[in-house]
Design a protein around this ligand. Structure first.
Ligand SMILES: [Zn+2]
Length: 329
């Protein structure tokens, strides 16, 4: 795993994303993948008032599928709290037992109580882990790899989990698209009061798209950044102002050297208040003579981008090539 990780980093530095993703998939698909021929019988869930699963959730949790590595919601997630079973809400893992294995899936070296059950695969090669309450598929457990003192790695699909934060501070969500999401995230994540930023894809018609798919310009998605913030510290308007001041909102379907609909300027609002604030800021810019191209669209599903896009400029120590601050308000 270590050598594959080094190779992964090497090719990321080469910015050769197509080859990168293909190799990552080939290397990792075997390490957390569920057995499709498992004989485990899932406990009947209908009469237990469990959460109704989406098709993609059911593919993993009921039919023992596997999400692609480096795409899950909680792979690089660092908040403090408890991860519950998506289906029955039983607490399964604590954030204090979470570590970065580099595998592309959330990894935990311990479980909460006896809430996770182990089932050896029929070929004896690996051990599946399921929720002890509802039987929902979680992933696999590996031992003897030496990642932590407990020498155990519960390799879990993010989609099988639901996080509950122990941080009681208020939270709100905003989504902004302004060209390459590396640069958008670079500026927005620096604001005090911003708790988390995630680059991803929104506004298209393909479920869980890959970077290559979005780059083709055929999925309809925009590269965007989802911002989780504490509204008692920073307001939506303050974040939106910084958004308008760190890209050129007059450019249509491009941002600097990046050309294509995926690089469009667009705000994906989650309520009427956000829509009004964004609209008022656009009017202010128009009053200053700017021909604003930024679209306002109600937020649809936000797909978190692959791991190597997260915190890109922090990880590389580089500077954004097409996002710089320009005072506009
Ligand atoms: Zn469960």
């Amino acid at each position: 795993m270590t050598s594959s990780l080094l190779y992964y980093k090497h090719i990321v530095n080469m910015k050769n994303f197509k080859i990168c993703l293909l190799i990552i998939l080939l290397i990792n698909m075997s390490s957390c993948q569920a057995q499709t021929n498992s004989t485990k019988t899932i406990q009947e869930v209908k009469e237990n008032n469990y959460r109704k699963l989406t098709d993609e959730e059911a593919r993993v949790i009921i039919h023992k599928g596997t999400e692609y590595p480096f795409t899950g919601e909680y792979n690089t997630f660092k908040d403090q709290g408890v991860f519950h079973c998506k289906q029955c809400n039983t607490p399964l893992f604590s954030s204090k037992d979470k570590f970065n294995s580099g595998s592309g899936w959330p990894s935990f070296d311990d479980i909460i109580g006896n809430n996770v059950s182990e089932i050896p695969d029929s070929d004896g090669s690996r051990t599946e882990i399921v929720c002890a309450t509802c039987g929902g598929h979680l992933g696999h457990v590996f031992r003897g790899e030496g990642f932590t003192d407990k020498n155990t790695r519960h390799c879990v699909n993010s989609i099988s989990l639901q996080f509950e934060s122990s941080d009681q501070s208020p939270r709100d969500t905003a989504v902004f698209a302004s060209g390459c999401f590396w640069g958008t995230e670079y500026h927005l994540q620096r604001l005090e009061g911003v708790i988390d930023t995630k680059p991803g894809y929104i506004g298209g018609h393909v479920k869980n798209p890959s970077y290559q798919q979005v780059c083709s310009g055929n999925t309809g998605h925009a590269e965007a950044v989802r911002v989780i913030f504490n509204p008692n510290i920073v307001t939506y308007e303050e974040i939106a102002k910084l958004y308008f001041e760190t890209h050129d909102p007059t450019q249509i379907d491009r941002q600097g050297p990046d050309i294509g609909t995926q690089y469009r300027s667009e705000i994906f609002y989650s309520n009427d208040m956000q829509k009004k604030i964004a609209n008022d800021l656009i009017k202010k810019l128009e009053a200053k003579g700017l021909k604003v191209a930024t679209k306002l669209t109600v937020a649809s599903t936000f797909w978190v981008a692959e791991d190597y896009h997260q915190d890109y400029y922090i990880k590389t120590g580089k500077q954004p090539y097409c996002h710089k601050y320009t005072k506009r308000f």
